[in-house]
Design a protein around this ligand. Structure first.
Ligand code: DX5
Length: 225
């Protein structure tokens, strides 16, 4: 349970830039305000970085009841869906751009079969029109507002138009898809993102690299729209 059940948006805190030597403490700081924790899984192939994987999901699941989003920035995600769900992921997000040996649609259906929330992510250079046909099969569309691989990057402004375009399509078809934005989200752009129609803000370094993590996460949970 977090302190802000009634706010009109959700906050997903990325642990990528948390102090991993004190991960439990870092999670306790954000727990009261985070609707989700996002675990950025990177394989060094889909992105030029290697972060963490299934063991860290298992570990975090043991220490918090905050729902976990596994953001799979990996090739061949279809090989690992069950592992991430069994490890405790409440939501599994795969990338449209990942190399896969099966259709994206089959992978999305597989995530649903395992009773996890189903997320699809697209990079900044992937047009919205590429994923329209998947909208009826997902719970969550993650719009990357940076090129994935690292926290602390600069927000790509073209994301605002993508948000508005996709929200129009979701509304016109009455799809039940939440729009999440990830990358370069800060107190300087959060309100504009929410006004543009974002349902879930992913925030990493603006919280964990702040001078005061507690104050930063509190600020992100009370953004004026
Ligand atoms: C990119 C990662 C980051 C992370 C949060 O590969 O997915 O976007 O979640 O990044 P910042 O630090 O920009 O909030």
């Amino acid at each position: 349970m977090n302190n802000n059940e009634n706010k009109p948006y959700k906050l997903s805190v990325s642990i990528l830039d948390a102090d991993l030597a004190h991960l439990e403490d870092e999670i306790r700081k954000v727990e009261p305000y985070a609707d989700f924790l996002q675990i950025d899984v990177m394989d060094g192939h889909f992105v030029q970085n290697i972060s963490f994987g299934i063991p860290i999901v298992k570990t975090i699941k043991k220490i918090t009841s905050t729902p976990l989003e596994a953001h799979l920035m990996i090739q061949q995600p279809e090989k690992y869906i069950k592992n991430f769900v069994d490890a405790g992921s409440d939501c599994v997000i795969i990338h449209y751009e990942s190399e896969t040996s099966t259709d994206i649609l089959d992978i999305l259906r597989n995530i649903k079969e395992y009773k996890a929330r189903t997320g699809l992510a697209i990079n900044p250079d992937t047009p919205v029109k590429k994923i329209i046909n998947f909208l009826k099969n997902i719970d969550l569309l993650l719009l990357m507002s940076v090129f994935p691989g690292f926290g602390g990057q600069k927000f790509i402004k073209e994301t605002y138009k993508k948000i508005k375009d996709i929200k129009k399509i979701i509304k016109s078809h009455n799809y039940k898809v939440e729009v999440e934005v990830d990358g370069g989200v800060g107190l300087n752009n959060a309100s504009k993102l929410l006004k543009s129609g974002v349902d879930i803000l992913v925030v990493g370094s603006a919280i964990y690299k702040a001078n005061n993590v507690n104050e930063a996460v509190k600020a992100f949970s009370s953004i004026k729209i």
